[in-house]
Design a protein around this ligand. Sequence first.
Ligand code: ZN
Length: 457
Amino acid sequence: MPDRLERAVCSTPGQLLSELTADAAGRRMYALIAELYPLCRSITGDGVRKSHEILRRVVPLRSYEVPTGTEVFDWTIPNEWNIRDAYLKDPSGRIVCSFQEHNICVLGYSVPVRARLSSEELRPHLRSLPEQPDVIPYLTSYYSEDWGFCLPHRVLEALPEGEYEVCIDSTLAPGSLTYGEVFLPGETDEEVLISCYTCHPSLCNDNLSGVALAAILAQELQHCALRYSYRFLFIPETIGAIAWLALNEGRLDRIRHGLVATCLGDPGCSTYKKSRRGDAEIDRAVLHVLQHSGEPYNVLDFFPSGSDERQFCSPAFDLPVGSLMRTPYARFKEYHTSADDLSFVQPEFLGNTFRKYLQVVSVLEGNRCYLNLNPKCEPQLGKRGLYSAVGGLKKQPPNQVALRWVLNFSDGKHSLLDICERSGLEFSVIRAAADTLCECGLLAPADAPAGSHEIRN
Ligand code: ZN
């Protein structure tokens, strides 16, 4: 099966599920992560713009710039940060910390420094993780001016006394915050929002895995016939989400469902963090997919820390946005350290998560209410070739139990997902039954234009 599907005709997310293997999707996501990994990203700066250029080779990403000083609700877009090089030399002239070796060794948003300092003067600017002495911690100081180096605790402890040479070749100056959007128009203006963040430097699970998932999902869905419109956000975490919400406040009522994509490639099982509403259709769709995955999973109620769901689910907006992850941020030891690298995420896990996202999309796309056009007692299925006792059927007979569930509850009030939840049947089975009944004229979408279907007596 080819990695990238070439399609002459539009397919649907449901068809994609049968055409695109998790393996192939996982390999593509991993390759994209590997390409983005070396770049030094932050909440602003050229690393984000270069990342957008790479993403534009995959999807039609549109970049937006929000100038420094722009007020977005209670926040202000900060100065833009760029860095070219940084190093720390010990008294013997040996480089003990090098930006060229690992970009997280510089405290994010460090102001420029060129100085010679004693070890005592230097010490407050050095950060390490004593409980994980071999890894570099990832730290930032976006909103208070500071500088520093992050290094393995083992290296820090072995530093000799004496005079150190410090160089941080950075700039912190007015510029802009860069974010990106991929918009895929569907039949309706109602939108599904998939959001990821682009502000982390060389860190894979948190959150290049989210960037790769959003990009590859958008790349696949752009060939599909879609009911909803899809908006993929590539934003710096927190300030980017706040800026996007402030700039798009008048259009937020279009968002029907949303997911924040983060931490998607580690070996842990899937975790779903519910939206603040807790019972939104997106919550039910994700839970349905996880319940039928045959794999272990965790479900978390909404809590107001974590990633950008904090902003999307803030009380004035309360958008139906959850977060489908594997191991959540801060719950894996590699989190925010140099160990969250290309060996920590694996194509197998990325692909597994991708498939679940595609299944969720497939549920959202197919979940609607239908009307049974023959509601007075059961219709006779045999004369329509729908009864499995009939011999000589060319096709596999439809699932009788699913047909009965769909017929009974298609009263214009119960959606297919409602019927799944009552029956315990999987969405694709219920959806196939609904499609079959529509083909036979026994069922019609409840939201079809008035007069387009008639109840048969
Ligand atoms: Zn993070």
